[in-house]
Every structure is written in structure tokens, then in C-alpha cells.
Design a binder for this molecule. Structure first.
Ligand SMILES: [Mg+2]
Length: 181
């Protein structure tokens, strides 16, 4: 099986990493968990994002509970491809953060190209994604999508994809996804 996964919000805890960064840097910040994209509601969002990405924070995001163990298990029998909307310039930091994960490929492709690369080039059997717009887009493109349901912003995405509440559920979910019943 060819599995493709997003990284931020699915494998790595980008949100908590960003919140910790704003505390260290004394940047006033109120996190609204209902909104996808922790940096979107800043007036100078690109500047804050660049500052976050420029430091060490981006190499040291915590794994979401169970993601590393479960994905390494899956990667021992399946193909595992990671595609993230981080800019290509961040590839080394991302690889450093993910060095204990046994993936087949990692691409940092930027926001604009992510959907096309997954739909047209990778064409995975299963896509794991948390961004609402992309869950819908991948579903409409005919991909089987599963999503973590611990973010409030994915509420309602059951219309397009199958939710999971913790990583330990994922291996069984993938079996059902590819071989229903
Ligand atoms: Mg994500």
C-alpha cells in the first residue's frame, strides 16, 4: 500500500511548537483552536512565520502521541511518503525533526503545489491530512482520506473522510480503507 501523510498537525505538533515559540519570544498571542492555521490571524503573519521558521523551533517540534511508533510500524510493510506545505528551504530542518521516522520520501513543497503533487504525482492509496480544504479536495480527487479528529477545525469532515482519534487506531483503519468488510 502507498501511504501519504501530511506532517504538521498530523505527525508533528506544529501548533504547540508555535505557542511555545511565542511565549519564549514574548509575542502576544491568543490561540483560537477552532481555526486552522495558527499564524493566520496575525496582522504581520508572514513576518511572524519567518521568525518562527528561522530559529531552532522547527527542528524540535514534538511528535503527536503515537505517530512515530505507528508510522514506523506501517513503514516496515508499506510505502510511506510525507508531503508538507513547508517551503523547500525548510527541508533540512524538517528532515532533522523527522530523523527517527522511517519514511520513503519527504517533500517540502510549499502551500501552492501540495495538492497537485499528491493528486497527480504520488497518487497514494490512502492520504492522511488535517487541513479541511485539502481533506475535501483530496476526497473530490478520488483519494481515500483519513484525518485526525482531535483538532476542532476538522469538525464536519466526516462528510469527506474517515476520522481517527489516536494513532493506534490507524493500522486497522487502513486495512478497512483498502479492503472494506
Ligand atoms: Mg497539516
Amino acid at each position: 500500500m502507498k501511504i501519504c501523510s501530511d506532517v504538521d498537525g498530523v505527525i508533528l505538533d506544529y501548533i504547540q511548537g508555535f505557542i511555545d515559540f511565542t511565549k519564549r519570544e514574548n509575542i502576544p498571542y491568543t490561540h483560537n483552536p477552532e481555526l486552522y492555521g495558527v499564524i493566520r490571524n496575525f496582522p504581520d503573519n508572514f513576518q511572524v512565520r519567518d521568525q518562527f521558521h528561522a530559529g531552532d523551533s522547527l527542528c524540535r517540534l514534538n511528535f503527536i502521541t503515537g505517530s512515530l511508533e505507528t508510522l514506523n510500524l506501517l513503514a516496515s510493510v508499506h510505502e510511506l511518503h510525507l508531503v508538507t506545505a513547508l517551503e523547500p528551504e525548510q527541508s533540512l530542518k524538517r528532515a532533522e525533526n523527522l530523523k527517527t521516522l522511517n519514511y520513503d520520501s519527504l517533500q517540502c513543497v510549499g502551500d501552492q503545489r501540495k495538492e497537485q503533487i499528491i493528486v497527480e504525482e504520488l497518487q497514494p492509496d490512502v492520504m492522511i491530512e488535517d487541513r479541511p480544504e485539502l481533506i475535501e479536495a483530496f476526497h473530490l480527487a478520488g483519494l481515500k482520506v483519513i484525518f485526525p479528529d482531535w483538532h476542532p477545525y476538522t469538525k464536519g469532515m466526516e462528510r469527506f473522510a474517515t476520522p481517527f482519534s489516536c494513532w493506534e487506531e490507524v493500522p486497522d483503519l487502513l486495512k478497512q480503507a483498502v479492503h472494506p468488510n
